[in-house]
Design a protein around this ligand. Sequence first.
Ligand code: ADP
Ligand code: MG
Length: 639
Amino acid sequence: MLVKVLDTNLANMIAAGEVVERPSSVAKELCENSIDAGATSVTVEISGGGLRKLSVTDNGCGLHPDDMETAFLRHATSKISSPKDLDSIMTLGFRGEALASIAAVAKVTMFSKMEGGSFGKRVIMEGGHLIESGPAGCPVGTSLVVENLFFNTPARMKFLKKDYTEAGYVEEVVRKLALAHPEISFRFVSDGKEKVFTPGDGSLKSAAYAIYGKDVSGQLVPLEYSEGGIKITGLAGNMTLYRKNRGLQSLYVNNRCTVNRTMTAALEEGYKSMIPIGCFPVAIIKLDINPTLVDVNVHPAKLEVKFFEENKIYSAVYWAVKNAVCVKVMPKIDASPGSDKPIISNSYSPGKPNFAASINSVREEPHGDTSKYEYKPTAAQQREVVFQQKPHVFENCESFDSKFEKEKPAGASNKENDITDKVFEETPAGADKKIDNIEFVQTAVFDTSESYKIIGQLFNTYILVEEGGNLVLIDQHAAHERLIYERLVREKAEKKIMPQMLLMPEIISLTPTEFTAAMENKPFFEEIGYEIEEFGDNDIAVRGIPYVITKEQIRDSVVEIIDNLRASKHGTETSRGERILYTIACKAAVKGHDKLTMAEMEALVKQVRESEKTITCPHGRPVRTAVTKTFIEKLFKRL
Ligand code: ADP
Ligand code: MG
């Protein structure tokens, strides 16, 4: 075998594989060059998802005509010149790889003119070769036009998604950069349509308004915190703003957009118990730190950074969030002397932030097909449940007894009576655990031939029903949710979900990505009973809603459906449809802690008894369970 050094062109194509993964990576590299060039206005225009054409035009310092060809050479950069510069990188670029890589896998035309320069120049590169170079009329600044991306690397093409998805990724890059640089006006145009335009007035709040729309930006509070040389600024959602995924979280380190588990973990720990479980906070977090304490050179596309002292980063982000979000709501008790940490009232503070535990939770975001994160009983499990449900055969105090037998301390009395005593002793502290262990309850199958009596509502959450020899408990939310879900599934299959038309349309402000997702899925919305239409700048007008949804639930339900649609892009049509029907059913169902009237309880119990499917709610939680008369009699030592 002959060992040869690869020719430059081939080496560049290989390097391109790392730097240029898809159109959005080209957009990122070119925009970063514009930012490094001191531009105050950057326009990104694409067609065909950025594959056919992608251009980035800035009003930055421009390149000297003599440097324009050189800039396309691998490792050609004006940003660093000695190894010590690597320790304190303040520019976004420094590897001198982007232009060489992009030019290796596309046709690239660069126009550039410097301030005070007598002429502009144009350089055309294709597949790594110089095609043309000469003077050209152009304004001060630089414009790069990238055409036919990946024309010579067909393998790469196979990994790309549909044009609109790739366009969405480019838009995401522009949004993230625009939030990092409110002093720069960013414009993003896809297939002739303006999707993003930020004013560039220097205010993060205005950039957030332009990017996220008025609803989201109106619920953001400023972050301002410093600790141990780390400064945190940005915006974070109040407690009523959250999403089902991390799509609205943007992290920056020294103004470099990044992905970092420590920061994410701290952010989410900061919101723990303030937003619902399974939801993710919305935030723009900007962390500034001495550049010698962070390594930005750990990822070819510079997407990740490495901190030397992760725990300090964690603490700073955590307290920045706590300080901004909950202190605003709960009165702050004075800060301890000599400490710059706020002391938050006990009812709010989760105590010390738990770095180790929360960092692990960062892995848990439902990405892609979320179905694998949800508990769905398998067919076998369902069968097992049904099998266990021999009507009225709940005389399983034996197994209950034998469980306790094992737990009894040596020498303890064997009398049956002790068992119930023990239940009572244990109840206050270990109640939940014990209930799990004791098999005195079982999912009930109703014997519809039996007469029944509704006893009432327990804890405003469970309906108690006496039926034959059982006390049946029904979880009102789970039951109602399952009933609505089954009805929606049936009606959707029969194309019968009729919208209930609104007298006044409800206008909802969305982020550009949410808006695109809503518009792309308009027919799907129609199938499930929503009539939506475009209403100007990222706003939609909802004119009709499924009959189970109330007016107050319109906004939340639409946003949640969009979240679901985006999260489940890769799921099958059916799994996606099912998940969205759960969402609607969950929204529409009565909640735990809702007080019900006797008539409401009667209606619900009647339907639960009639429906075979109300064993579990759509998420797999039991709908009904029963306690035997025998067990109750044992409690009272009647047996
Ligand atoms: P890097 O950004 O890592 O230095 P690039 O390959 O992205 O490497 O760019 C090479 C060089 O070309 C840069 O160092 C810079 O001097 C110049 N350059 C690229 N884009 C621009 C631009 N938009 N305006 C001014 N100079 C630019
Ligand atoms: Mg660069």
